[in-house]
Structure formats: structure tokens, C-alpha cells
Design a protein around this ligand. Structure first.
Ligand SMILES: [Zn+2]
Length: 66
């Protein structure tokens, strides 16, 4: 197989850095991935369910209690 970073032939078996050929390539890939993740702006924020946030009581309930 080929190293996805430097595209040099690398062995899969007995290779602790697979699928990379060396620790260097592994770190390069990891760094690129981390940078990509880090560079992604928080545009697509996960939807946060805000059905009943704490501290927001409906005024109707308040008036009902009086
Ligand atoms: Zn490599």
C-alpha cells in the first residue's frame, strides 16, 4: 500500500504508523486534520433544543398563582 502523505510504498504489517510510512507522515496527517478541524468556523452549530430554558416562566402561570 501507499502512504497517503508521501505516497511512498509502505508496509501494513508490523507498521505502527499504518497506513502511513512513518511517524512523521502520521503526525503530518494528524496535524492537517487538526488544522482543518480548527479552521472550520462554527457556522453549522448543532441545533440546541430550547423548548424550556431554565428561568423562563410563562407569565400566565405567574398570574394564575396570584
Ligand atoms: Zn509517508
Amino acid at each position: 500500500m501507499k502512504c497517503p502523505i508521501c505516497h511512498r510504498p509502505t508496509t501494513y504489517e508490523g507498521n505502527p504508523y499504518r497506513p502511513f510510512c512513518s511517524e512523521r507522515c502520521k503526525l503530518i496527517d494528524f496535524g492537517a486534520w487538526a488544522n482543518e478541524e480548527y479552521a472550520v468556523p462554527a457556522e453549522e452549530a448543532p441545533p440546541q433544543p430550547e423548548d424550556s430554558p431554565p428561568g423562563t416562566t410563562s407569565p400566565e402561570e405567574e398570574s394564575d398563582r396570584v
